[in-house]
Design a protein around this ligand. Structure first.
Ligand code: FDA
Length: 405
């Protein structure tokens, strides 16, 4: 008679491998099935090859979900500190880069190797490349059919991730299975993705390609599905428009047809408006040219572009009228620009939307309607901010599930 597994995990990425290792070490008989010939590819390409594996400040406020409370239990059950301990136990050297983001010093491959070792320690069986043909329920058992035959299990864990980067095998399989079993799916959309702009949006700013500037960025609408956001991050001006971490963060909240708003003078701890008043009212600037006044708070090339755009270049500050100063302040601190779209799944880092949390138990990640059917990682309607939060969700949701298998 064929063996019955305690759990079959579909998808050997971040959440699937981590969940398998924990469950295996808790004594469960675990099988991981993945259709890819190389496991953990998204981990390998993450963080520019160095994997931003968690964030020191990861908490519920760093996640978008139709139910923002859903993440609380899993994040509390497996906080950042626990994953750092695991990384340290494998002597993987790491460093903090920016705002709590932890990266490997050497290579993201070390994280994949660590997850594989954890699976070995838990005697996890991994089969890949192997495609799943169907998943069905027979009484309290789950049947997973592959071209190698049918595997039986007490539980099935869907961990096939999101739709970004189809070139490395991303599929909507977890969403398809959720629909097959009558669970709701929140419409998926690319997130943490560069936004596209039409050529005429920027005036003379596109001449500044290559310039990276710290800004304040606001996106989304209060009361909308995922609400509104404000981040202080760097924007990168490119030939096609704007990119960099500020734009990626804003993209997750951006609503098609709506503008994003940029405060070019935002400084940590001080709003652009306050900074603007400070320089505009500084008597020392009276006889300086407008572009020189602006250059005291922003890169010279950007200062020149803004002075030109507001037709104040070459004018002494003392000669600039109150009305023109007000218009310049609006341009500098509340610059509104309408993106044309996003660069889509090819360039997105994560998926917004996914299996609705209202059908899942936040303590275990199990379907409320179908005991024994679990969803973990990116396929769930939980999307992290940029900066290691998405991996933290993969670990935390994988851990919550593993404990309950
Ligand atoms: P993940 O994608 O890791 O794994 C899914 C697995 O399922 C894959 O192995 C896949 O082959 C398999 N699979 C898919 N369909 C299947 C099917 N039909 N049958 C069988 N198997 C199937 N996050 C972060 O926190 N820090 C970072 O530095 C980065 N950097 C980054 C860079 C880039 C370029 C991208 C695209 C993404 C990131 N991310 C990130 C996001 C992060 O990679 C992502 O959130 C996690 O990998 C999600 O983990 P999962 O296990 O849910 O999916």
């Amino acid at each position: 008679m064929s063996k019955t597994w305690d759990a079959i995990i579909i998808g050997g990425g971040a959440a699937g491998l981590f969940c398998a290792g924990v469950a295996g070490q808790l004594g469960k008989k675990v099988l991981v099935i993945d259709h890819a010939s190389v496991l953990g590819e998204k981990i390998r390409i993450s963080g520019g090859g160095r994997c931003n594996f968690t964030n020191l400040h990861s908490g519920p406020a760093n996640f978008l979900s139709l139910n923002p409370h859903f993440v609380k239990s899993a994040l509390a059950g497996y906080p950042t500190a626990e994953f750092i301990k695991l990384i340290q136990s494998y002597r993987i050297a790491y460093h903090e880069k920016h705002q709590g983001q932890l990266f490997c010093d050497d290579s993201a491959k070390q994280v994949v190797e660590m997850l594989m070792s954890e699976c070995s320690r838990g005697n996890v069986t991994i089969r890949h490349p192997l495609a799943v043909e169907s998943i069905s329920q027979e009484g309290s058992q789950w049947l997973v059919k592959t071209h190698n035959g049918i595997e039986k299990s007490h539980a099935v864990v869907m961990a096939t991730g999101g739709l970004p980067v189809p070139a490395i095998g991303a599929t909507a399989y977890s969403l398809d299975i959720a629909k097959q079993f009558g669970l709701d799916v929140v419409e998926p959309r690319p997130a943490l993705v560069p936004l596209s702009f039409t050529a005429d949006t920027f005036g003379n700013l596109s001449d500044l390609a290559g310039l990276s500037v710290p800004i304040g960025i606001a996106s989304g609408v209060k009361g909308a599905r995922y609400g509104a956001c404000r981040f202080n991050e760097d924007v990168l001006i490119t030939h096609k428009g704007l990119s960099g971490p500020a734009i990626l963060q804003a993209s997750s909240y951006w609503i098609e047809g709506e503008p994003i708003r940029i405060d070019w003078l935002a400084n940590v701890g001080q709003s652009g408006s306050a900074r603007c008043d400070e320089i505009f009212n500084n008597d020392e600037h009276r006889l300086k040219l407008t572009e020189t006044v602006l250059a005291s708070v922003m890169p010279q090339r950007l200062a020149k572009a803004f002075a030109e755009q507001s037709k104040l270049n070459g004018r002494k500050w003392v000669e600039v009228s109150k009305k023109d100063r007000q218009a310049l302040k609006e341009l500098l601190t509340n610059w509104s620009v309408k993106p044309a779209g996003t660069l889509g799944w090819k360039k997105a880092e994560v998926m917004l939307g996914g299996v609705s949390t209202k059908d899942l138990d936040g303590q275990t990640m199990m379907s409320r309607k179908h005991p024994g059917l679990y969803f973990i990682g990116e396929c769930v309607d939980v999307t992290g901010h940029l900066g290691g939060h998405n991996f933290q969700w993969a670990w935390a949701s994988g851990f919550a599930c593993a404990k309950s298998l």
